[in-house]
Design a protein around this ligand. Structure first.
Ligand code: FE2
Ligand code: FE2
Length: 256
């Protein structure tokens, strides 16, 4: 991979992984994980993962600095390498957000409102489909809570400290905007798993991550089917870098 190719990919915001092109080092013991905020974690892991993707030819040319710019409070520590626990904590941060999102929605809208709304239930002419929409959204919420639980458990098993849920602000004000935003949230989650998985070292953790990844893709498709668009628009979905994911989800996290 030439430096030009890498620079082009950075410019285009594409992720790229060549396992021979970066070195891995889990030694980041000087980080004070107990006192680390969600934002610090996002910044540090994002920076570390971007640095890792530049290791090898590109890093030696100094390209790593490009990705470490706008990370706020996390940038000072961002030069550390990300461990599997860091990556899992990044995933857990997203799962906390998704679980909170659906819990908030389901507390706000009841079954009748969801299934009688043009934006959701009434999209399906078949009553069996229409009157399953509340249950489908409830199942998605249950999946997110199961993901939070599994990631928390795995991080504990690996000797890490699981990140806690934060406070969020979700930008929807109707069932119609909820469907659009849900489709977006799920697509971002799907692309985050695709972008992060190649950086995991532990094979069992890779398997677990992939089994969550395909479920997030189904969540994306479900909401896509409620919109005037295809539920599977691409032959190849994007794999977003941590930087890109942080840029999208950080505005939703309003406090630790
Ligand atoms: Fe999830
Ligand atoms: Fe999801």
């Amino acid at each position: 991979m030439s430096n030009d190719t890498i620079a082009e990919k950075i410019e285009a915001g594409e992720s790229f992984v060549d396992p021979d092109d970066f070195e891995f080092d889990n030694a980041d013991d000087d980080i004070d994980r107990e006192n680390e905020s969600t934002r610090d974690l996002l910044g540090r892991v994002s920076g570390a993962l971007n640095r890792r993707s530049f290791m090898g030819n590109a890093a030696k040319a100094g390209a790593g600095a490009v990705a470490l710019g706008a990370l706020g409070s996390g940038s000072a520590a961002a030069y550390h390498e990300a461990s599997d626990v860091d990556i899992l904590n990044f995933a857990l941060t997203l799962e906390h957000l998704e679980a909170a999102y659906y819990n908030e929605f389901l507390a706000e809208y009841d079954e009748f409102e969801i299934e009688s709304a043009d934006a959701i239930g009434a999209k399906f002419a078949d009553p069996k489909l229409q009157f399953a929409t509340w249950q489908e959204i409830t199942s998605i919420r249950d999946h997110e809570e199961a993901h939070v639980e599994a990631l928390t458990q795995t991080i504990n098993d690996l000797g890490g400290t699981p990140v806690q849920a934060a406070d969020y602000e979700f930008p929807y004000d109707s069932l119609e905007s909820f469907v659009k935003f849900s489709n977006r949230v799920e697509a971002v989650g799907t692309s985050a798993y695709a972008g992060a998985a190649p950086f995991l070292d532990n094979e069992a953790v890779v398997k677990a991550g992939l089994s969550i990844h395909s479920v997030e893709a189904r969540h994306t498709s479900y909401f896509g089917s409620l919109l005037p668009k295809s539920s599977m628009p691409n032959a190849f979905d994007p794999a977003r870098s941590m930087d890109e994911v942080v840029g999208i989800v950080a505005p939703l996290i309003v406090s630790e």
